[in-house]
Design a binder for this molecule. Sequence first.
Ligand SMILES: Nc1ncnc2c1ncn2[C@@H]1O[C@H](COP(=O)(O)OP(=O)(O)O)[C@@H](O)[C@H]1O
Ligand SMILES: [Mg+2]
Length: 231
Amino acid sequence: MRISSGVSGFDDLVDGGFPEGRLYVVSGPPGSGKTTFCSQFAAQGARDGDKTLYVSMHETKEGIKQDMEGYEFGFDRAVASDRITFLDALSSDGRRFFGKPNDRRDRNSVANRLTGFIESRDIDRIILDSTMLLSYLLDDTEDTAVQLLTALKRTDATTLLISEMTDPSAYSEEHYLAHGVVFMHNYLEDDGMQRGLQVLKMRGTDIDTDIHDLEFGPKGLRVGAGKPVKH
Ligand SMILES: Nc1ncnc2c1ncn2[C@@H]1O[C@H](COP(=O)(O)OP(=O)(O)O)[C@@H](O)[C@H]1O
Ligand SMILES: [Mg+2]
């Protein structure tokens, strides 16, 4: 089964949507649209009757709501429907959920808490904003990050992991571990910012790997059929 991203034009690049239950990395430099993409994914989930868990470390529910207020892709309605659960790892709720740094010495505890929550609440879609969360929660060692991502891959939920990336060739662990990688390009030309979206990989899927033009419109991000305009 494939699930819809909620981003106009995106599903066509990946044969109809994200293959369900797998883990994808959404990568790109700051301001390239990663958080907006994932918010559209959550809103689409709510429309499709899916429950989303949105884990962040620097954004609150109110903050994300405010940032998405200017768009008409139904984020407000999705939040009001209670189909999106926000967990800010740095809030007191978040600290309670994940445990104090000393209690996290048990390598599996963060993974167990998250997968326990996902399974008991029947979560369908997960957003992790961003990989910085992994280093915050996991003492910065790569082994534990791999363990956590592997545990998430084993759940039935479809996960989007946001990865801040400024150098498109500087791949890290999560890019190799993921079933798919979406890269958002954002580069300054003489006469302004150029935006593009590229699907670098998606296992089991015949993908269009071209860079497509990407626009912020009234309904959020929209992937165009053409290439970004070169000036
Ligand atoms: N119509 C718009 N409404 C809101 N933000 C917009 C709009 N057009 C462009 N942007 C830009 O989109 C960026 C926010 O994208 P965001 O999804 O938060 O990116 P990321 O998570 O990759 O940092 C901001 O830099 C903002 O200026
Ligand atoms: Mg962001």
